[in-house]
Design a protein around this ligand. Structure first.
Ligand SMILES: [Zn+2]
Ligand SMILES: [Zn+2]
Length: 355
């Protein structure tokens, strides 16, 4: 490693509660025992970063978040330095970092449910230092996923946008049958991944629904059989139309408004599944009888497991999924977030740090 502990690095950082983040210079951290220093190649931007700017102190502290912290929970890069006692990694290895933190030893972690780990409420890029910086320090070996030949500059979104969409699809698989239909509501960053996982893992017809024609076009280019423009009451009728009146095997809602939730639940066939992934704040208020799909499953979750991230990386390494990104230099991060907020990105925004 050519960088010593006195060298400084760029970091894009939250510096106060409910305050906009900004670029600062920080000292490059030095890995202590068991820690790994990663030189970041690229870091994806997520809608949840925008939500973090609004979080008041009381909520942040309840989650165990410490201010200030560097944003960025979709990072990948190369091992720059290993602390004492770290095995199985070498300097220069290309790695992606899992988004969520987990303890690795609690009841949930030991069952592979590490996205439910009670110690995971503060993660890299939310409540502690993340990857929108030249270097990021990683304390847990299991958070580092080897990329092999995959390009680290663009791999970060696989571990969050990709893995979260994968988790949603994986849980619906038992309900999705060949000849059936799976619906993706919201074909943005996560939804476009979900379309691809459904195509790779099932024999179902995949229908994308979005209000933005460009995103529908993209969803079709990565495998959606059909795109429906607009989401509303007519969506239920349209989906009945494309499923022979039966309803969908699974509806994955990556938006999460009252409108998408109501349309989504009403479009599920008896015995099908509805998943709420989108965090737009909508509510499900349906009677058990007549309002919910008969013999159906309604589920929600936050984040993804380490295993989900590993499997998404394996699918990308095998060339079975595409990870469309739009690259931005570090000094255009504000721009990239503005484009994300306005919904005008083509693919996931990735900030390139090694340029
Ligand atoms: Zn995210
Ligand atoms: Zn745990």
């Amino acid at each position: 490693m050519t960088t010593g502990p006195t060298d400084s690095m760029r970091a894009y950082r939250m510096t106060g509660w409910a305050t906009p983040p900004r670029a600062v210079q920080l000292a490059v951290p030095t890995p202590g025992p068991g820690q790994v220093l990663v030189r970041v190649a690229g870091c994806g931007l997520c809608r949840s970063d925008l939500a973090m700017r609004q979080i008041p102190r009381a909520v942040g502290e309840q989650l165990g978040w410490a201010m200030p912290y560097t944003l960025g929970h979709e990072a990948a890069g190369w091992i720059a330095a290993l602390g004492a006692g770290v095995t199985g990694l070498a300097e220069g290895d290309a790695v992606a970092l899992t988004a969520a933190a987990s303890c690795g030893t609690c009841w949930h972690c030991l069952r592979g449910l590490d996205n439910s780990c009670p110690r995971g409420l503060a993660g890299r890029g939310y409540g502690r230092d993340g990857g929108l910086a030249d270097y990021v320090l990683v304390g847990e070996r299991r958070s580092l996923l080897k990329l092999g030949q995959l390009e680290p500059r663009q791999a970060g979104p696989l571990t969050d946008a990709g893995a979260t969409a994968y988790h949603a699809v994986r849980r619906a698989l038992a309900r999705v049958v060949p000849g059936g239909t799976a619906v993706v509501l919201g074909a943005g960053g996560l939804g476009a991944f979900a379309v691809q996982f459904l195509r790779v893992l099932t024999g179902a017809r995949v229908v994308a629904v979005d209000t933005n024609p460009q995103r529908l076009q993209y969803a079709k280019s990565v495998g959606a059989h059909e795109g429906l423009l607009g989401v509303g009451e007519s969506t239920v009728e349209e989906l009945r139309g494309v499923t022979g009146g039966r309803g969908a095997d699974a509806v994955l809602d990556f938006v999460g408004t009252d409108v998408t939730i109501a349309a989504g639940v009403a479009s599920v066939r008896p015995g099908g599944a509805f998943a709420l992934i989108g965090s737009a704040g909508g509510r499900l208020n349906k009677a058990w009888y007549g309002g919910l799909p008969r013999d159906g499953e309604v589920y929600t979750f936050q984040g993804a497991t380490v295993a989900d991230a590993q499997e998404v990386i394996a699918l990308a390494a095998a060339g079975l999924i595409r990870n469309e990104v739009e690259e931005f230099p570090f000094d255009r991060i504000d721009d990239a977030y503005a484009r994300l907020a306005a919904g005008t990105l083509s693919g996931r925004a990735v900030v390139v740090l090694d340029a």
